[in-house]
Ligand binder design. Structure first.
Ligand code: KIV
Length: 294
């Protein structure tokens, strides 16, 4: 099995084959999305909202990202693992960016990092690429700038704003980025950017003309702490499953069965060993929770 690399993503763009990217934050989700055959697994700082219960990505720390990157990297054997540089881990200066990004590759097991912003962060992108760290850019709605943007709003709606996005995308490509996430921008603007770059664009709320698409694992699967139906879902999210309902239903059934003494049944319980077998057995059985399910 050949591993996906930054160069194989470039080839997919050349061949006009779409790139599939999805987020993952832990070992089981990483195993599942890799087995499903995605090209890129992003350890997104959406971790803050999807997993840690924050309302923005801003509280996510370098240690949070490192911890989750390690778990994801253990589960992925084919896809390219990209980790988000969290808020203030790269904005300060290229030296900080290099030191922090280096940890994601050296300790975390990621193969690339993603950072938000355009021309202002090209010195950081150049420093990382020069040190051997592949960088993915992120333009449009950049969630770490939510307070500057005044909320989670579609970006690049005027011709001037669209041209600024295109300039930033070209600057990132010139600085050595291997791809760019385009978040929440009009589809014609994303199409212009995608057509004018050699490197692939990955869209989220940016229409079908991007070179690939990314979704947050929990959005795709309808897996949330809140009631999925009552929670406002961004227009660009297509929900392919309703895991919240499945999980809630399963746990409710478990609770009911415990209360009615239907669980555990005989098949889940241990009986005393016959005397003869007891004298033969030398190795005590491992507790159930430590046994592999395979
Ligand atoms: O953090 C994240 O999940 C992301 C994607 C939305 C691209 O940056």
């Amino acid at each position: 099995m050949q591993r996906v690399s930054t160069t194989s993503l470039a080839k997919l763009k050349e061949r006009r084959e779409k790139i599939v990217m999805v987020t993952a934050y832990d070992y089981p989700s990483a195993c599942l999305v890799d087995e499903a055959g995605v090209d890129v697994v992003l350890v997104g700082d959406s971790l803050g909202m999807a997993v840690l219960g924050h309302s923005t990505t801003l509280p996510v720390t370098l240690d949070d990202m490192l911890h989750h990157t390690k778990a994801v990297a253990r589960g992925v054997h084919r896809a390219l693992v990209v980790t988000d540089m969290p808020f203030l881990s790269y904005q300060t200066c290229p030296e900080d960016a290099l030191r922090n990004a280096g940890r994601f590759l050296q300790e975390g097991g990621a193969s690339a990092v993603k950072l938000e912003g355009g021309v202002d962060y090209c010195p950081q992108v150049r420093a990382l690429v020069a040190a051997g760290i592949p960088v993915m850019g992120h333009l449009g709605l950049t969630p770490q700038s939510v307070h500057v943007l005044g909320g989670y709003k579609v970006q690049g709606k005027t011709e001037k704003a669209a041209r600024r996005l295109l300039d930033n995308a070209r600057a990132l490509e010139d600085a050595g980025a291997f791809g760019i996430v385009l978040e929440c921008i009009p589809e014609d603007v994303a199409a212009r950017i995608s057509a004018s770059l050699q490197i692939p664009t990955i869209g989220i709320g940016a229409g079908v003309h991007c070179d690939g698409q990314v979704l947050v694992f929990h959005d795709l699967l309808g897996y949330s702490g809140q009631d999925v139906q009552s929670r406002p879902r961004p227009r660009f999210v297509k929900q392919y499953a309703n895991l919240s309902e499945t999980i809630r239903g399963a746990v409710q059934q478990y609770a009911a069965e415990v209360r009615q003494q239907l669980y555990p049944g005989r098949e889940h319980s241990f009986s005393p060993e016959p005397l003869e077998a007891k004298t033969k057995s030398v190795v005590p059985a491992a507790p159930y929770s430590t046994l592999s399910r395979k």
